[in-house]
Design a protein around this ligand. Structure first.
Ligand code: PEP
Ligand code: MG
Length: 316
């Protein structure tokens, strides 16, 4: 019954005192949309587009095929937000025809936006397909680039979006510590930030996300990761722009409260986590989330950070 009660509460995300935190879904293609709608997602915070590129190991998908797939997702969220991430190839998501095969460290090589800037035709087709897919639909389309390292990257992406005639907000994912540290500079070029905490943890701790032996360092409660989230959220606030989280961190209900307290403006996660995050957020005020965030950042380890936040949020 507890599960049913949680699932029934499908209103917009907010703290108990009404501070709104839109709860969005991560989707990997049109097949994930029904579960997101059912869980009451207010939109999509991360539409991973790699699935389109997996069928053919030699060529990018045609513009028509892309338009069709994007439209299916955009149509499912009338009046909602849909944040599409352009192709994130390389490292843990290699593609034969785009990813260099001779790099000693693929995670530190040509991947994400770097790959697209080396293949401007692939980026152009994707952006044009998105523009066509959104035509005439009452959706708020946002498009973001993975693996943005600095302002030069952000400008190159924004220029490509403008050249494709895209009527959308352009954003940058914060997945590299340099992007968090210089978030204000990146925000001179783009309109929003989205923290990819999976890669941000990988690059902050020099701990490969695919290597189980270093998983201790992949824990999103690590205070150093919380510091980078705080820096990014503060930069966005200073620029009057939004800063969401779309990595795994957002799906932990307690951590979702901490992220809210750090100033994150939306949370995106797998549909299955939405009811739990919504219910936990609704039990705490923004001030309590902020106190939990301060307590977590004052800790020295991930475990201590979790316990400190838990103590603040349960002792009320
Ligand atoms: C991330 O890195 O946190 C992220 C959301 O993107 P992906 O997991 O697809 O790399
Ligand atoms: Mg990533």
């Amino acid at each position: 019954e507890r599960k049913a009660a949680l699932a029934a509460a499908t209103g917009p995300g907010a703290t108990s005192d009404g501070h709104k935190v839109p709860l969005l879904a991560n989707v990997g293609g049109p097949a994930d949309v029904p579960a997101a709608v059912e869980a009451g997602a207010e939109g999509v915070g991360l539409f991973r587009t790699e699935f389109l590129f997996l069928d053919d190991s030699k060529n990018a998908p045609s513009e028509e095929k892309q338009v069709e797939a994007y439209r299916q997702v955009l149509e499912a969220f009338p009046e909602g937000r849909v944040v599409v991430r352009v192709l994130d190839a390389g490292a843990d998501k290699p593609l034969d025809f785009l990813t260099p095969s001779d790099e000693p460290n693929p995670a530190l090589g040509v991947r994400g936006l770097r790959t697209l800037l080396d293949h401007p035709d692939v980026l152009r087709t994707q952006l044009t397909a998105l523009a066509k897919a959104a035509e005439g639909l009452p959706v708020y389309l946002e498009v973001m680039a993975p693996m943005v390292a600095d302002r030069t990257d952000a400008k190159a992406f924004a220029d490509a979006c403008r050249e494709a005639g895209l009527q959308a907000k352009f954003g940058a994912m914060v997945e590299i510590p340099s992007a968090a540290l210089r978030a204000r500079s990146i925000l001179q070029e783009v309109e929003f930030l989205s923290l990819g905490t999976n890669d941000l943890a990988q690059y902050t701790f020099a701990a490969d996300r695919q290597v189980g032996a270093v998983s201790r360092l992949q824990d999103p409660w690590q205070p150093a990761l919380l510091d980078l989230v705080a820096i990014s959220a503060e930069a966005a606030k200073a620029e009057g722009k939004s800063c969401g989280v779309c990595g795994e961190a957002a799906s932990d209900p307690l951590l979702a409260c901490v992220l809210t307290g750090l100033g994150v403006t939306s949370l995106s996660m797998g549909a299955a986590s939405l009811p739990y995050v919504r219910a936990t957020l609704a039990k705490h005020t923004l001030a309590q989330c902020e106190r939990a965030a301060s307590a977590a950042r004052a800790a020295d380890t991930a475990e201590e950070a979790r316990l400190a936040a838990q103590a603040v949020l349960s002792g009320e």
